[in-house]
Ligand binder design. Structure first.
Ligand code: INI
Length: 156
């Protein structure tokens, strides 16, 4: 009987070059996501010199910057970080929707994995809970996903 071939990405970030693209909008939240992402990458073995942080105005601008940084040819993965709070306006749906669609499209078009660490919440309190509060830190979780996917792609 033939054997099953399995591919999984390991979590060793040594040798990986990672770009974090983060929003200045809701910066009090996003800087916590960035801190957790960089700390997580370092704890998984990434060199500080292999981490690049790029700041964009808001989540709507994430796709174009993610796409540009992924095309540089010197990054193995991108972590997109931001925070979109619903408030009372339909603006939320456009901004959050484009951030998700655009970063996913950038990953497919460049063949560079992009982890989506953009909080999309109804309230500021829900964002705080996901940025180092009682629900953990989605910045660190996105960094782990980026490392795992970059290593997975190397094995495929
Ligand atoms: N950008 C965000 O990153 N988060 C938000 O919650 C947000 N809201 O609520 O409006 C937001 N808007 C700005 C947007 O991302 C663009 O920067 C702006 O529209 C200019 O293109």
């Amino acid at each position: 009987m033939s054997e099953i071939t399995t591919h999984t990405g390991h979590l060793d970030a040594s040798g990986l070059r990672v770009a974090i693209v983060a929003t200045r909008f809701n910066e009090a939240i996003v800087e916590r996501l960035v801190a957790s992402a960089t700390d997580t990458l370092r704890r998984h073995g990434a060199e500080a010199s292999a981490i690049r942080v790029v700041w964009v105005p808001g989540a709507f601008e994430l796709p174009i910057a993610v796409s540009r940084v992924a095309r540089r040819g010197d990054v193995d993965a991108v972590v997109a970080l931001g925070c979109v709070v619903r408030g009372d306006t339909p603006h939320f749906d456009y901004v959050a929707g484009e951030a998700a669609r655009g970063t996913a499209a950038a990953a497919r078009e460049t063949d560079i994995p992009v982890a989506f660490g953009v909080l999309t919440t109804d309230t500021w309190e829900q964002a705080v809970a996901r940025a180092g509060g009682k629900l953990g830190n989605k910045g660190g979780e996105a960094a782990v996903a980026a490392v795992e996917t970059a290593n997975l792609l190397r094995s495929l």
